[in-house]
Design a binder for this molecule. Structure first.
Ligand code: NAD
Ligand code: 0WE
Length: 262
């Protein structure tokens, strides 16, 4: 069933075919949504354009979310192209690599600001920029990680940023509630994307996750895409301000099985 037919969605954060944003784009496409993509910089343009073409998406525009001008510009282009939109997906996060290792207390002031600007403020800035063209019944969605709630070694400033992002989801849900626009987050388990491959020790973390998680299976971008369809469709009409876990149940664990128990 095409549960997103008649809806227009803008997706921010596709880097390549492994991106969570691409899993969401494919699921939205399968469910009948009309789509538009943004990309950050010329390197990404070369990767995003062919992916867009493969599913017939023609709205592909630049947007580095650290720039107020680029955010304003893509909002204007979206208005000119679509008039109004129903869905905005934010699948963007960034911190300097050196902040994602060692002690959290070594986070620099500039590194803290950068992570908060790109990973947190950008969602609020996009919500403000698109507010005039968001149709009632619509939805905003962002991506988070369990390192916001509990310590994930080396996630560091990104964990602090994700905590702030999840709080932003609640405040935005409150602001947009009267307009019948919902705001939610998906907390995904570890997935081998471009952002994750830049992290030392990610591979063994990913392996350990699959071994201990209740379902004993890894999380895919298709899994996240399907939950995104639900959270952005009328099926979740009264759900807002929430963080939904797509993590094979990892977050319910209090004590992990000993490593040698199998
Ligand atoms: P990815 O590298 O495919 O996507 C990250 C995206 O952020 C890229 O498209 C990149 O271009 C974009 N980006 C970075 N700086 C930007 C800027 N200044 N302006 C605009 N775009 C910018 O990796 P991903 O894992 O798909 O990440 C998507 C989201 O999912 C992130 O918020 C990430 O924190 C979150 N997440 C990832 C995992 C995981 O294990 N991969 C788990 C939970 C949550
Ligand atoms: O949110 C993320 C990715 C965050 C991320 C990753 C990078 C790597 C390359 C943000 N910025 C950068 N900057 C770079 O230069 N995840 C949930 C995936 C992830 O990242 C980790 C993880 C997990 C899981 C970092 C440390 C520990 C665990």
């Amino acid at each position: 069933m095409e549960i997103l037919s008649g809806k227009t969605a803008l997706i921010f954060g596709i880097a390549n075919k492994r991106s969570i944003a691409w899993g969401i784009a494919q699921a939205f496409h399968e469910h009948g949504a009309q789509l538009g993509f943004s990309y950050a910089g010329e390197v990404m343009e070369k990767r995003v354009k062919p992916l867009a073409e493969s599913i017939g998406v023609t709205f592909v525009e630049p947007c580095d979310v650290s720039s107020d001008e680029e955010i304003a510009s893509i909002a204007t282009k979206a208005k000119d192209t679509f008039g109004e939109i129903d869905i905005l997906v934010h699948a963007i996060g960034f911190a300097n690599k050196e902040e994602l290792q060692g002690e959290y207390y070594n986070t620099s002031r500039d590194g803290f600001h950068l992570a908060m600007d790109i990973s947190v403020y950008s969602f609020t800035a996009l919500a403000k920029a698109f507010q005039p063209i968001l149709r009632p019944g619509g939805a905003l969605l962002t991506l988070t990680y369990y390192g916001s709630e509990k310590v994930a070694p080396n996630y560091n400033v990104m964990g602090v940023a994700k905590a702030a992002l999840e709080a932003s989801v609640r405040y935005l849900a409150y602001d947009f509630g009267p307009s019948n626009i919902r705001v939610n987050a998906i907390s995904a388990g570890p997935i081998r994307t471009l952002a994750a491959s830049g992290v030392s020790g990610f591979k063994s973390m990913h392996r350990q996750f699959t071994q201990v998680t209740p379902m004993k299976v890894e999380v895919t971008i298709e899994d996240v895409g399907n939950t995104a369809v639900y959270l952005c469709s009328n099926l979740s009409a009264k759900t807002t301000g929430q963080t939904t876990f797509v993590d094979s149940g990892y977050n319910i664990l209090g004590v992990l099985e000993p490593a040698d128990c199998d």
